[in-house]
Design a protein around this ligand. Sequence first.
Ligand SMILES: [Fe+2]
Ligand SMILES: [Fe+2]
Length: 160
Amino acid sequence: MIARTSHPQFPKSVHRLLIQRMAADHPKLESILKDVAVQVERHFFDSAGKRFAEFRNKHDRHMVVEEDVLFPVYESLTTDWETIAEMKQAHRLIRQLIDDAQSAISGWDGERFKKAYRDLLDALATHVMQEVVLLAEDLDSCLCAEEEPRPADGSLKLSS
Ligand SMILES: [Fe+2]
Ligand SMILES: [Fe+2]
């Protein structure tokens, strides 16, 4: 169980560092997940289970940092609630698919795992693309910019 933080007020430099860390996490997490698929393909379900536990733990930590730190920062800078809601919904879907894949591995069910794995890869690819735009590009450039007065309508100027 990962302890949650509560809306921390870190300096911008810490947020920018976290954005970079999250971006660097994505390919590493995908690589672990692909290892799991290779183990399942070989019917090495015990080692697949161990590797999947590592993936799950690291991925959960990754999402918690996004949800507890980066999403609130984005929310504090924009009125684009719909996008944030989409990101949170994607995390819920990803958690569900991780549960499905975990259950398939525990049941030594290679076919069920294949479907969960494909769905999980698709969900992650779509979500990561959205995060690259939202966090690594828009939010980072906004945090990087010099302090400017916020527009009267509260909208975020996200030009690069
Ligand atoms: Fe992410
Ligand atoms: Fe995410």
